[in-house]
Every structure is written in structure tokens, then in C-alpha cells.
Design a protein. Sequence first.
Length: 574
Amino acid sequence: MLTVIRCSIGYKTRFGIGALMLLAASAVCSAASTAAISGVVRDPEGVAQMGAMVQVLAAGSVSVATAITDMHGRYRIADLLPGNYQVRVSSLLFAVGTRRSLRLSTGMLATVNLTLSMLEDPAVWLPAKKRTADEPGDDWTWTLRSAANRPILRLLGEDGATHAVEGGQEASRRQGTTGKLSVVSGINGFGKSGPHTVVTMERPGKADGDLVFRGEMEAPTAGRRTSTQAAIAYERRVSAGSYRSAASYAAHPELAGAGVAGVRILRLANAKKMRLGDTVDVEAGGTVYMFRAGATGFTTQPFLRVTVHPGEAWAVRYSMAKSRDVQGFDDVSADQVELPIAGVIGGRVQAESGMHQEFSVSRKLGDGVFSGAVFHDAKNRSMITGVGAARSGADASDMDTVVVDTESGSFRLPGPGYTANGLSLAVSEPVTPNLWVTFEYRRGAGLAARAQGAQDISQVGSGLVSEEANEITASVKGKVQRTRTRLRAAYCWQPQGLVTAVNSYDEEANAGYLSFYVRQPVRWGNKLPQGLEATIDVTNLLKQGYQPVLSKDGHLLFLAEAPQVLQAGLSFTF
């Protein structure tokens, strides 16, 4: 090449062409003696990042070149001398980016794709037992985790399948639609008695989000007023987190009260989950209930939850919620939720109302978890539950404030408001990698029934008094690996005179004395289809905590913090 250049210069008549060739050759020679790097910058969720700064650092962290990514997250840095370098990316939205080490040789064009994150350490494969304090055991045997021990990929031990995890939740990669058909029957449940057919259709794992539809209809029976429900939920994942919306409609002709003959309920729920770096999770949203029962009424119940992970073993959380059933992002779903009906006031169906605030800290101790919390409840209107109204022949129209499920005999009536401060302490330990035992102590306040003698049931609620009390719960939950049985069993003890839980916003506290839930796959060789499961769900099996109330017309009713409810069914996933 150099010989050709000299020959070209020798011809004076072609000096201009020779000069151009000399410049081109110089560029080629320069390119041949240097190296370059290029790549794409993304966030932890794979979204390309525009405006990120990429630096090439020599020994002593001296910056030798800098580039800014374009709108597609791409960058290129050329004219680098051969040698050892580090490549670092940073952005205003992230504390520290990825740092990579590489060695460049003459003429090398290296591709270095970078990921912005909050910590510099790389992701590593860890045994499943190394979990964060708020993450229970499961079937996973190995987990690819970030520096803060957050899951990125999980390896399932039984079949070796690998699943991705987005935003702390497992993200299925199935592209097809799945369905589930269930037949469930129960007794004593408010708005849930009798045989029901439930159809659930789910389209998971799409890049733009998940879509779930759920339809439920009570089986028509001669002489019964059948209820129907329909719900749809949608989740969309974006770079800043996830959005989830759910809408449901329910018609309950079996619910009745003074001036009420059937209740229709529309529920709209929305939530957003955001991750701020790798240490802070924020969940915010709310639920709107609209009731139609002669007159129309509605209630709004927002929630907020902020969780900070100062280290691998610690989790600190502040939460605020006005609804017992929707207190976080995962509670917004198409699943059936407890009806928030408290009773009838002024001819309108009213919902339970109040606010729960809680500050909690959890710490991982070996394989177990210890947690403590302090909370404050400010109830404006309490929901008091009971049984025996319709079965005893009591007429719902004679109970001015009561809503009765005429099919099950269960009822609701509004109780007085109260305020209470409380605390809870809990210890959880794994019995097996997939089965956990928890002991929890709570100190707070609930409503107690102290009135004696016959009285109007409509006035019972206003006669309840707030009383400080202790509550102890022992529970076991998880999966029995050998039989694939999913189990949740608990015994929650509290003073017999209480008709509300000490901490009514705690799901475990609302289990009600001896309760359990079992979901068991049903198999018989090849004679039964795959995906067949049997379930049984029992609340307050021993009927403890029942407080008798003798109405003026001589009917014996019972108030109970958790009336006995039995439900069982079969489901088939296809």
C-alpha cells in the first residue's frame, strides 16, 4: 500500500488524486492501529436508555473517551489504543451503572452491551435458600440474583425449567391462553353459599402484559335466587414498574334488608408498582365500590405501601390502607373478594370504612424470618357478622340496619367506630424447603358484645364496646412436595367475647380460630385428565366465639368474628 502511494505522488499531473489517496491510506493505517467499542445500554428490564453516558477508563480510573447513547440506547467509541480498559455507564436516573473490564487489541471492534442498575456487583447464581426476608420457600432450587439478592432467573428443581422474574414476580413465558373450570359449593358464606360454576381464562406472559377474565354463576335451582359475577384484570409492565387494573360486577338477588331487595356491586381497582433503584419498592392504588340497592352509593378506598430493603436480610415497610381486601398491588386481581358490605343506613347499603396504618420491620435469621410491626386503626364504621337470621325465620325487613343473605342465613350489620393502637410480633421457620410454620402475637383492640337479654338486632351493633385484647396465631403453610398438596392451616386464639379481630387488616387474624385450606391434585394413573384438583376451604371449624343474641321476636341469632364457612370444589386447568 505504501509503495502505491509513493508511485502516485511521483506523477505531478495526478498530484490531487495522490493526495486524496494519501489521506485515505492514513485513515486506514490509523484504523488498523487502533480499536473501537460499541453497544446498547438498557435498564434492568431490558428497555433501551437514551442519554446515558458511557466512559472508557484507563488505569487509575482516568477517562480517555466518552459517548452519549442515542434514542435507541446505542453508542460507539473509536480511536482507542490497544490496552486494558474499563467501560462504565451512568445516568441521572440510576445511582451507579455497570462497569466492565476488557482488553483491546489492534484493529479490534468490541461489542459491549451495558445495563444500568443501582449496584455495581454482577448477578450470580445462588442456592434457593438464600432469599430475602420477605420471600417464602418454594419449588425453586437455584436462582440468578442481582447484587441486592433480587431474583432475575429461577431454575425449577423438578423439571429443570427456567423462568424469568420481572419486578420481583415470576413472569411466565407461555404465549398461549390457559383456562380453568371450577365447580364450588359452600354453606354459611355471605354472598357465597350454594353451588357455583367458575370459569377463568388467562393470557399470561405477553410482552405487553397479562389479561385475566373470571366469570362465576350460581347453579340455578328451583326456589333459589341465583347470584352472578364477572371480573376482568389487566396488567401492563413498563420500564418504571407495572400497572394493574381490575373491574368486576356482581348481582346478588339473595341479599335483602329494610328497603333492599337484591344488591348489585361494581368494583373498580387500580394499582401501580414502581421500583426505585434496587432498594425501594412503592405500591399505590385504590378501589372504588358502587352499590345499587334501591338507592345508589359508593365508597373509595385507597392504599399506599413503601418497602425499603437496606440490606439482604432486612425489609422495612410503611403501609396505609382503607380496605381490608385490597392493601397492595397483588390484591388487585380478578379473584373473588370479600363483599365490603357493613349494613343499611338511611335506606342505602353502606360499606365498612376506616383507615389502617402500619410500620413494620422484618429480619432474616438463618433460614427463618422475624418481623415486628406497630399499627394504628381508625374505624368510622365497623362490619359485624353473624348467622341465624333467615334460618330462624327472622324477617330482614324488620331489621332496619341489617343485610341478610337469605340463602345462607348469614348477615351483616354496622358497628360503631373506634380507634386503636397495636403491635404484632411474628416468627417464621421452614419445616421443609416448601413448608413454613409461623407463630404470631398481636396486641390491639376489637369490639366486644357485653349486652344481656332480649334486644332488637338492629340496635346490637351500636351497643358494642371497644376492648383491648391479645391474640395468638399458629399457622403452617406451603406445599407438601411428595403429594403436591398445597396447605394453609391456622389456629387463631382470641378472647371469646370479641366479635371483631384484634387486627382486622391482618389476613391471618381474620382466619377465625381453627381454619384450613387444602388444594390437592387428583390423579388415578391415566384414567383422569391432567390438571384436575380438589379444594376444601373451612373457616372456624369448631364454631368458636359465637355470641348469642335473642331478638325481641324470640329468635336466637349469633354474632361471630368469623362465622363457620365451608367450601369445597373441583377444578380443571386446560
